[in-house]
Design a protein around this ligand. Structure first.
Ligand code: NDP
Length: 229
């Protein structure tokens, strides 16, 4: 049974990743901050797959190290750094400096730390993939409007982390990519979002399945389109 670990599974895209992967017969380590309160996740029928819930605040190094040890013998075929926050929207003259570090902590530092923690689990799998859920808002080339400085800069930095990891983990046979889910109807995406979580995640999982060595270190939209850095 292929195995995945996903962060931020309480709701939104993380929940949908867990739902679709278990439905496809995967064993899923679904991480969330408060598993006892994760009602949707608790009642998720794993179908042919398996669902194991874990407590993980991705900014908590001790929790992360503990989970790494707990899963010590397990190969991981897919690791999805999904947990993320938007932070205050701000804008020029209204930057919430006190919140910026927290946005970086969750969106940039934590995915790196998660990757370091589970590199040895990924190495054990035959064809391991690591997806960092980034955003087109993190693309420097695509930025024509400014705004959302905290979020944009954290995802731009995550894109660089992704490229570094693609080189760091190349010899271990792990393919690493940054992905943009599209503007998706979740709590973060809001009411104007045009894409359903089901469609975004289906696209991202199909993409994960066909990523090859030539795609290592790339940045892709949920439909597989390469995106500019
Ligand atoms: P949601 O706001 O709906 O969900 C965010 C998830 O991240 C929640 O499960 C939340 O947990 C979790 N999370 C936040 N902080 C932490 C933390 N410190 N430790 C562990 N988990 C945490 O967002 P989406 O599902 O829409 O976003 C998922 C990813 O997709 C994010 O990385 C986001 O930046 C990215 N993205 C989303 C887009 C969209 O349009 N929706 C567009 C582009 C990128 P809890 O429930 O406990 O708060």
């Amino acid at each position: 049974m292929p195995t995945a670990l996903i962060t931020g599974c309480n709701r939104g895209l993380g929940y949908e990743f867990a739902r679709q992967l278990t439905g496809q017969g995967w064993r899923v380590h679904a991480c969330c901050r408060q598993p006892e309160k994760a009602r949707k996740l608790k009642s998720l029928d794993p179908g042919d797959g398996e669902l194991v819930r874990h407590r993980l605040d991705v900014t908590d190094g001790l929790q992360l190290a503990g989970l790494g040890r707990e899963l010590a013998d397990e190969p991981l075929d897919l690791l999805i750094n999904n947990a993320g926050i938007f932070g205050p929207r701000g804008g020029f003259g209204k930057i919430a400096y006190e919140d910026w570090l927290q946005v970086f902590n969750v969106n940039t530092l934590a995915p790196m730390r998660v990757a370091e923690t589970f590199a040895r689990h990924l190495e054990r799998a035959e064809r391991a993939r690591l997806l960092n859920v980034s955003s087109k808002l993190g693309s420097i080339a695509a930025n024509e409007t400014s705004g959302a400085h905290l979020y944009r800069s954290s995802k731009a930095a995550l894109n660089m982390v992704t490229k570094c990891l693609s080189i760091d983990l190349q010899e271990r046979g792990v393919i690493v990519a940054a992905v943009h889910p599209g503007h998706v109807a979740t709590d973060m995406g809001g009411r104007d979002a045009v894409i359903a979580p089901e469609d975004s995640v289906a696209g991202l999982l199909a993409l994960a399945g066909r990523l090859g060595p030539d795609d290592n270190g790339g940045f892709f939209a949920h439909d597989g389109t390469p995106l500019p850095w």
